[in-house]
Design a protein around this ligand. Structure first.
Ligand code: SF4
Ligand code: SF4
Length: 472
């Protein structure tokens, strides 16, 4: 008989859970000012002016940027992208990826620290939090205090403002997919459709949860980029680094005392660099994957260094090689232009050129010709051999056009009956096209022919396609 394994006790389970999962400690990051903080503020303003403002911009009487999924057309400043233009989307994704590789190889998680939506919205939500509840110590005290009218009032105001920003963000997001002015009208008249309501609430809820509560947890546990960015950096990449040799041994010291005489380094162990860190890490423990490279600790430590009268830069953007070899700034910059960076830059230039060139020379008229599978070839009255095709014409411009279709490649080849098509602005039509040749002109066989569609009127545009004509 098998002995039954003892059931694990509750203590065992909780001990293993403790080992597996660390309980989140709320981070009360302290406000900081300085050069890098200014850049973060500029980036928040720039990205949000773009995100919130762009859908309201009108162009040729239409929303300048509109991703109209219902008609599967993307409007972009007077340009219309169709599903057939998916190559441009692919190129855009490749450009973004190479851009990310390049910036990461130069200066680590620059994108995370300054432009990632998670960072940007967390900054906005933290700014509201500070305005309502005060800076770090005031917030710690408020959270520790008993619930009273003051605490309820502050918390209600904070969450109300967060919810307003989140809902506005959700509304703006949906405004990229459906005309935003009409959407605003529907919100005001309380006549929003179920899908619009769902997506506004969904996106708003995601913003509220991610920027208000999850914050650094998204960077630590959910962001895939955090996991693989280490393979994109090397020993010459600039990352936020604590100068251990200069700073250690850390410790408190008396005023006007040369730390070296006491055997101490420049770090006064004030822990302000830890208090300002939005991910709650201590950069003095070395490079960590949770560091989003925001530079808040650099600003904070520089202020401390100013106060105690030591040179700035105890925490700074530097590379492993620069630290080890004690490179000057000039030597450090020189090592930025290494093969990896040059290759990424060259690839990026090629991709951007392809993208811009492709867009600039995009065909305003597109045509696809497919053979009608039901009627390959037949003799019709009048001594003619007829082949039937399906012709798809796409007018990618905002102007209505009349299109004439012509054929060549065989003597006597002609379009039968209908050769003129009306093509309204930014439309796509699929029509039959009958092509004939006199029976006497062609022997039995398969002939290569060319079909050309040309717009009538000023500045004609044309498209052509090769296909075959079968004589039975
Ligand atoms: S802010 Fe600078 S001085 Fe203060 S603990 Fe951090 S590294 Fe040391
Ligand atoms: S360690 Fe410094 S740079 Fe890294 S996330 Fe914290 S404050 Fe930002």
């Amino acid at each position: 008989m098998n002995a039954k394994a003892p059931e694990p006790s509750e203590d065992d389970i909780s001990a293993s859970e403790e080992w597996l999962y660390e309980v989140r400690k709320k981070i009360y990051s302290r406000a900081v000012t300085g050069w890098f903080n200014n850049w973060r503020v500029i980036m928040v303003l720039l990205t949000q002016a773009l995100f919130y403002g762009l859908p309201w911009l009108q162009w040729d009487g239409r929303q300048a940027v509109l991703l109209d999924l219902s008609t599967r057309k993307f409007y972009f400043f007077g340009m219309i992208l169709w599903p057939q233009d998916v190559i441009f989307l692919a190129l855009l994704l490749i450009i973004s990826a190479y851009g990310l590789f390049l910036f990461t190889a130069i200066a680590g998680r620059l994108f995370c620290g300054y432009a990632c939506p998670q960072t940007v919205y967390t900054e906005i939500f933290m700014w509201i939090e500070r305005k309502v509840e005060g800076d770090r110590l005031a917030r710690i005290r408020l959270d520790g205090a008993d619930w009273n009218a003051r605490k309820i009032g502050k918390k209600t105001l904070k969450h109300g403002l967060w919810a307003a920003v989140a809902l506005w963000t959700g509304f703006t997001f949906v405004g990229y997919f459906t005309p935003i002015i009409a959407l605003a009208g529907q919100v005001i008249s309380a006549s929003l459709g179920p899908w619009q309501t769902f997506w506004i609430l969904f996106y708003g809820f995601a913003t509220y949860g991610n920027a208000g509560f999850m914050r650094e947890q998204v960077c630590k546990y959910m962001c895939p980029y955090a996991r693989f960015q280490s393979v994109m950096i090397d020993k010459d990449t600039l990352v936020v680094t604590y100068d251990t040799e200069r700073g250690e041994p850390r410790g408190k010291r008396g005023k006007n005392v040369d730390p070296r005489s006491e055997g101490k380094g420049d770090c006064v162990d004030c822990s302000i660099c830890v208090q300002v860190c939005p991910t709650g890490i201590d950069i003095r423990d070395g490079l960590q994957y949770m560091c989003i490279g925001c530079g808040a600790c650099v600003d904070a430590c520089d202020q401390v260094m100013d106060k105690v009268g030591y040179p700035r830069g105890l925490i700074r953007y530097s590379s492993e090689n620069a630290m080890k070899n004690k490179w000057t700034k000039r030597q450090q910059w020189a090592h930025l232009f290494r093969p990896r960076i040059l290759i990424y830059t060259a690839l990026l230039i090629v991709m951007v050129s392809l993208f811009v060139g492709g867009l600039a020379t995009r065909d305003p008229l597109k045509m696809n010709v497919m053979r009608d599978r039901g009627v390959l070839s037949r003799e019709i009255p009048g001594g003619l051999v007829e082949n039937v095709y399906q012709i798809q014409l796409m007018n990618t411009t905002e102007k209505s056009r009349k299109i004439r279709v012509e054929v060549k490649g065989l003597e006597g080849l002609a379009v039968h009956e209908r050769d003129l098509y009306e093509l309204p602005a930014s439309t796509n039509i699929l029509e039959p096209l009958e092509v004939t040749v006199p029976v006497d002109n062609a022997k039995k066989g398969i002939y290569k022919i060319e079909i050309t569609a040309t717009s009538q009127g000023d500045q004609p545009i044309s498209a052509s396609s090769k296909t075959t004509f079968i004589v039975p």
